[in-house]
Design a protein around this ligand. Sequence first.
Ligand code: FES
Length: 147
Amino acid sequence: MGYTDIIARYSDKPGGLIEAFHAVQKELSYLPEEVIVEAARIFNVPVAQAYGVASFYSMFSTKARGKNIIRICESAPCHVAGAAEVVAAIEAELGIKAGESTADGSFALELTECVGQCQATPVITINGKAYLDVNPAKIREILAEYK
Ligand code: FES
């Protein structure tokens, strides 16, 4: 399904623009400029307003990024439990730094705040699925599921 069809599905709902952005981002992993322009047309709002929505919410990305979004919690409990070593292991495995995406577009690595799983630190999420009690030795196996 093209992004125009996805956006159109939400066009007559209150708050539909945000839902449409969510749905498109789920498919593309970010919101390209043409999506924002198209959404403005479908929702009949100025392009600047659609941009405003896309950039206001931190869960939306308007920059291209890898398809599988890896987030690692760097709040204090995870930090103390060794999150930095896990970040280093992911960076080494993928050949990127936190905040970057792999050149083949398959992975993005982002730092995040507490994801509410502090009972089993350190925690990473991939596309929203949480992996608990992670350590550097587990990284290769976890990422292999997504390659
Ligand atoms: S501090 Fe990492 S999940 Fe809460």
